[in-house]
Design a protein around this ligand. Structure first.
Ligand SMILES: Cc1cc2nc3c(=O)[nH]c(=O)nc-3n(C[C@H](O)[C@H](O)[C@H](O)COP(=O)(O)OP(=O)(O)OC[C@H]3O[C@@H](n4cnc5c(N)ncnc54)[C@H](O)[C@@H]3O)c2cc1C
Length: 619
C-alpha cells in the first residue's frame, strides 16, 4: 500500500494490478467483461462500478432490443430504418456492422438464459418500435433491461478472472508518460483510494441525461466517463444530439415505454384529438388498428417536436407538473396490459395515480438518451492507445442525429463484446505499466480531490448548481434551440463551472459513504458534458434529427455544410473547441425522412413562433 500525506491527514492508496480495467457494469460493461474473460481465461479483468451492477441504468430499460428475426424483415430494413432515423448522420459502415451482429447477440443472450417473451408457437415475439418498417424488437414483457442485465450479471459470475469492484467510484484515469494505464477509484465502503494499474481500459459508463431537469434516466447517469475521457484529450462527438422521449411521466420523468404505443396505444391532446396526424406522421387510424404504422410510432424526435407545437397552440393540458398530453391504452384491455405492459401500469398507478385500463396516462417529453459521446472507431478504439469505449457513453456513429428505439440495448451487447475482444488483443501486445510512476500520479490526483474539503464556505452548493444547470439546459438546449438561448447557456455554464470550484463540502465526517464528495465529482463531470452539448449545438447551424434550431437561417437540414459529425476537444481556457469530422456513407444517399405521409410542417417552426418563456411550462 502506498501513502501520501496532506493537511487533512494521510491518504492511503492500495495498488492493484490487473490486465483490463472495465469501468461500468451495465449492459456494455458486463458484456465486455464476459467477452474478455472468455477470450483470455488467463487475463485478469477488473470490473468497476459506482453502484452494484444490477442497479446500473440498463436495468430500467423497458421496451426491448432490436435484431432482425421476423419473416419479412431483412438486414437492409434494419439498416435503412436506422440510417433514416438518424437523419443520415450515421456512419453507415458501423450501421452495417451493427445490424449484421445484432441478432446473434440476442440469441447468445437467450442461450445464457434471458427469458424473451414468446409466441404460442414457441418463436420469439417481436414488437414494433418507432421508425421501424417491420417489428424487430425482442422483449421480455416490459422489463427487458432487467432480464438482460440479470442474465449478463449471472453469466459474469461464472468467470473467476472477473474481479468486481462494486461501489467503487472512479475519480480519474491515470497516465504514465502520456499513456493511460491506471484507474483511480474511491471505495465508498471505507473511503480508501485504490489505483488499478492496467494495460487496457474500457469505458462503459453510460449516458449523461442528468444534465437536464426532466429525464427518464437514473440519478447516477451523470456523464462521468465522457468527461473523464475528455479531460484526457479524447474527443466527444455529436454532443448536440440529445434525445427526448415523448412519453415520460410529468414531474418524476419515469418512462412509459414506446412499447405501449407499439402495442397500440394512442396519443391525444387535451381535447381527445390524435394530434400527430397534423404533423405529417400519417393518417388517423381506428384505435389500436394494425395499420397504425406511423402516427404514434413515428420517431421520437418528431413526436417530441409535435408536443412542443401542441403546447404552443394551447392544446396540451396544464397541470401542476407542467403541460401534458395523454397516452390512451384503455382499448388494449386489462388482460393485454397485464401480460405485455405490467411495469408501466404499475408506474402509472404509483406515480400519477392513474389506472391505465380505465383512464389515459398524462405524459410529456423528457430527456432520455445521449446520442453523442466518446468518439470511437467501429472497433470501439478511442484516439488514445489502449482506451476503448462502448455503450451509451461512446459514439461510434451508429445513431447519427436520433437513435432508433431499441437499438441501444443491442448496441451495448454488440460493442460491449467487441470492446472486450479488442482490449484482450491490445493487452497481448503491451508491456506491464510503470507502477511507481502511476502511483505517484494517482496520489497527487487523490490529494487534489481531498483539497476540496478545505474550501471555505462561499455559499455555493452542489444541489443549487445542479438545479440551475438542469433548468438552463431544458430552456436553452431542449427540443428546440436558437442562437441567443444557446449563447446564454454557454455563458451560464461557464459561470456555474467557476461557482462549482467554490463549493465547500459540508460533510466532513470522513470519506466512508461520503455521497456529497461523490455528487460533487459527478456534478463536475456533468458540467463538462453539458458545456460540450451547448457548444456543439451552437456550432451546428442547421436542423437535423433531435437537434432543431429555430433561428431563421438554421431551420432546415443543410447537407452542404453539416453532413458531418461535431467533435469537441478541450482547450487550455477550459471551453471546448468544436471541429467537424466526415460522416461515412456506404450505400444510402441522404434522403428525406418520410413517415407514413408528407410532412406538413417538416417539424419546423418560424422564429416568430418562439417565446423564450415557453419551455418552462412547469408551474
Ligand atoms: C428508462 C429507460 C428505458 C430504456 N429502454 C430502452 C429500451 O427498451 N431499449 C433500448 O434499446 N434502450 C433503452 N434505453 C437505453 C438503454 O437502456 C441504455 O442506453 C443502455 O442500457 C446503457 O447501457 P450502458 O451499459 O452503456 O450504461 P449503464 O447501464 O448506464 O451503466 C453504466 C455503468 O457505469 C458505471 N459508472 C458510471 N460512472 C462511474 C464512475 N464514475 N465510477 C464507477 N462506475 C461508474 C455505473 O455504475 C454503471 O454500472 C432505456 C433507457 C432508460 C433510461
Amino acid at each position: 500500500m502506498a501513502h501520501g500525506t496532506r493537511s487533512r491527514g494521510r491518504i492511503e492508496l492500495e495498488v492493484i494490478e490487473t490486465d483490463i480495467a472495465i469501468i461500468g457494469a451495465g449492459g456494455a460493461g458486463l458484456r465486455a467483461a464476459i467477452a474478455a474473460a472468455q477470450k483470455a481465461p488467463q487475463m485478469k479483468i477488473a470490473l468497476i462500478s459506482k453502484v452494484y451492477p444490477m442497479r446500473s441504468h440498463t436495468v430500467a430499460a423497458e421496451g426491448g432490443a432490436a435484431g432482425v428475426v421476423a419473416s419479412g424483415d431483412t438486414l437492409d430494413n434494419h439498416f435503412e430504418d436506422t440510417v433514416a432515423g438518424g437523419d443520415w448522420l450515421c456512419d453507415q459502415d458501423v450501421v452495417e456492422d451493427f445490424v449484421a451482429h445484432a441478432t446473434q447477440e440476442l440469441i447468445w443472450l437467450e442461450n445464457m438464459g434471458c427469458p424473451w417473451s414468446r409466441q404460442a408457437s414457441g418463436e420469439v415475439s417481436v414488437r414494433k418500435f418507432g421508425g421501424m418498417k417491420v417489428p424487430r424488437t425482442w422483449f421480455a414483457a416490459d422489463k427487458s433491461g432487467f432480464h438482460i442485465l440479470h442474465t449478463l450479471y449471472e453469466t459474469s459470475t461464472q468467470f473467476d478472472n472477473i474481479v468486481r469492484y462494486d461501489e467503487h467510484f472512479v475519480v480519474d484515469l491515470v497516465e504514465d508518460n502520456s499513456a493511460i494505464r491506471g484507474v483511480l477509484t474511491y471505495d465508498l465502503h471505507n473511503g480508501h483510494y485504490r489505483l488499478i494499474v492496467c494495460k487496457a481500459v474500457v469505458l462503459c459508463t453510460g449516458g449523461a441525461a442528468q444534465a437536464y431537469r426532466d429525464t427518464t434516466n437514473a440519478t447516477i447517469v451523470t456523464g462521468d466517463g465522457m468527461s473523464i475521457a475528455y479531460r484526457h484529450g479524447i474527443g466527444l462527438s455529436d454532443m448536440e444530439f440529445v434525445q427526448y422521449h415523448p412519453t415520460g411521466l410529468p414531474g418524476c420523468g419515469l418512462l412509459i415505454t414506446e412499447a405501449a404505443r407499439g402495442e397500440g396505444g394512442i396519443l391525444v391532446n387535451k381535447d381527445g384529438y390524435r394530434y400527430l396526424q397534423d404533423y405529417g406522421l400519417g393518417p388517423e387510424t381506428p384505435l389500436g388498428h394494425p395499420e397504425n404504422k406511423t402516427m404514434e410510432l413515428g420517431p421520437r424526435d418528431r413526436l417530441s417536436q409535435a408536443f412542443w407545437h401542441e403546447a404552443k397552440k394551447g392544446r396540451t393540458a396544464k397541470t401542476a407538473l407542467g403541460d401534458v398530453v395523454y397516452l390512451d391504452l384503455r382499448h388494449l384491455g386489462r388482460a393485454k396490459l397485464d401480460e405485455r405492459l405490467p411495469q408501466i401500469c404499475e408506474l402509472a398507478r404509483s406515480y400519477v395515480g392513474v389506472e391505465p385500463a380505465v383512464a389515459p396516462i398524462p405524459v410529456r417529453p423528457v430527456v432520455h438518451y445521449t446520442m453523442g459521446g466518446i468518439r470511437t472507431d467501429i472497433d470501439t478504439a478511442t484516439s488514445h492507445c489502449g482506451v476503448f469505449a462502448a455503450g451509451e457513453c461512446a459514439c461510434n456513429g451508429l445513431h447519427g442525429a436520433n437513435r432508433l428505439g431499441s437499438n441501444s440495448l443491442t448496441e451495448t451487447l454488440v460493442y460491449g463484446h467487441r470492446a472486450g475482444d479488442m482490449a484482450v488483443e491490445f493487452c497481448r501486445q503491451t508491456q506491464a505499466p510503470n507502477r511507481s510512476a502511476l502511483t505517484k500520479a494517482a496520489l497527487s490526483r487523490a490529494d487534489a480531490l481531498m483539497a476540496q474539503f478545505d474550501v471555505a464556505d462561499q455559499g455555493q452548493s452542489c444541489a443549487q448548481i445542479r438545479r440551475e444547470l438542469g433548468t438552463l439546459m431544458e430552456q436553452h438546449a431542449g427540443i428546440y434551440r436558437h442562437e441567443t438561448g444557446l449563447s446564454q447557456a454557454v455563458r451560464e455554464i461557464a459561470d456555474l463551472k467557476s461557482r462549482y470550484k467554490a463549493v465547500d463540502l459540508k460533510d466532513k465526517s470522513g470519506r466512508v459513504f461520503n455521497f456529497e464528495l461523490m455528487h460533487w465529482c459527478e456534478l463536475g463531470f456533468t458540467l463538462d458534458v453539458a458545456e460540450c452539448m451547448v457548444h456543439a449545438a451552437l456550432w451546428r447551424k442547421e436542423s437535423r434529427g433531435s437537434h432543431q434550431r429555430i433561428d431563421a437561417e438554421c431551420t432546415q437540414r443543410d447537407d452542404d455544410n453539416f453532413l458531418c459529425h461535431s467533435f469537441a476537444t478541450p482547450t487550455p481556457n477550459g471551453a471546448p473547441q468544436i471541429a467537424s469530422q466526415p460522416v461515412r456513407i456506404t450505400k444510402s444517399a441522404p434522403g428525406r425522412r418520410v413517415y407514413g405521409g408528407e410532412m406538413h410542417t417538416n417539424g419546423k417552426v418560424q422564429t416568430e413562433d418562439y417565446d423564450e418563456e415557453h419551455d418552462d411550462e412547469r408551474q
